[in-house]
Design a protein around this ligand. Structure first.
Ligand SMILES: [Zn+2]
Length: 253
């Protein structure tokens, strides 16, 4: 069956009230728990992570968020050409700060971010981390009408993708691992975009979690199964493909 993938299934979904002021509190917020990944020995994998999924609210609510971004975030937001992209950036980065602040019990605007060392060259452009802190690992994604924030004790990566058009699937299929390409191309036409989006989402979540990023590794990473040392869970969200990747604790590899 072409649409079957290994890895854990989605965990329980429970409403979580973030208790934040303004329109964010009106958003639908779900807290998803990643269950233990199955390992051959049957031992616990230790690949625990949480993701918070927020729906991008309709205008005019997007412009009325608490002002918690720093100068660097404002500068990056200003570089985005489209108003929609700026709104989504503002919501996503505000949500990240609110979720991290909530978890750490600090104000969202005092958080400072840095970059982990790049896994390829050791340079300061790996995955985003909290500066000088022993806070949680995190990952941020936005796509379609959703923003996703993932937290974990070990490195995590999250991705959300709207289901793509057939033209996008054809164009990007060349950037898949051969096993993934086979799975996409052998899928019935009616579900091909969905299969592609789920694989791409799993791949992107994993590459973000490792800090490798999408610049390289898209065609050498096989996201049909869990990569060594990592667990990838599919998150079921209507109209989207979403995935949460989390590093396993040592001893559970
Ligand atoms: Zn590098």
């Amino acid at each position: 069956m072409v649409t079957t993938m290994t890895g854990p299934t989605m965990g329980t979904v429970a409403e979580m009230n973030l208790q934040v002021p303004g329109p964010v509190s009106e958003l639908v917020v779900a807290r998803l728990s990643l269950p233990d990944a199955r390992v051959r020995t049957g031992e616990r994998s230790g690949a625990a992570a949480d993701a918070v999924i927020l729906r991008v609210p309709p205008l005019p609510h997007r412009t009325d968020l608490p002002g918690v971004l720093d100068e660097g975030e404002h500068a990056r937001m200003a570089q985005l050409r489209r108003g929609d992209d700026r709104d989504r950036y503002l919501l996503a980065h505000t949500a990240l700060r609110l979720v991290l602040g909530h978890r750490l019990g600090v104000r969202a605007d005092v958080l400072r971010f840095a970059r982990a060392p790049c896994p390829g060259c050791g340079g300061p452009h790996g995955r985003p981390v909290l500066a000088g802190a022993s806070g949680p690992e995190f990952s941020l994604a936005h796509g379609g009408g959703l923003v996703a924030v993932a937290l974990g004790d070990l490195p995590v990566g999250v991705d959300v993708e709207p289901n793509p058009s057939a033209a996008v699937v054809r164009r990007v299929a060349d950037h898949l691992h051969p096993r993934e390409r086979e799975m996409v191309l052998s899928a019935p036409e009616g579900v091909r975009a969905e299969v592609f989006a789920r694989l791409w989402s799993r791949k992107e979540a994993y590459l973000k979690g490792t800090g490798i990023g999408l610049g390289r590794g898209t065609d050498t990473t096989d996201a049909t199964a869990d990569p060594p040392g990592w667990a990838i869970a599919d998150l079921a969200i209507a109209g989207h493909a979403a995935a949460l990747a989390s590093e396993r604790r040592r001893g559970n590899r």
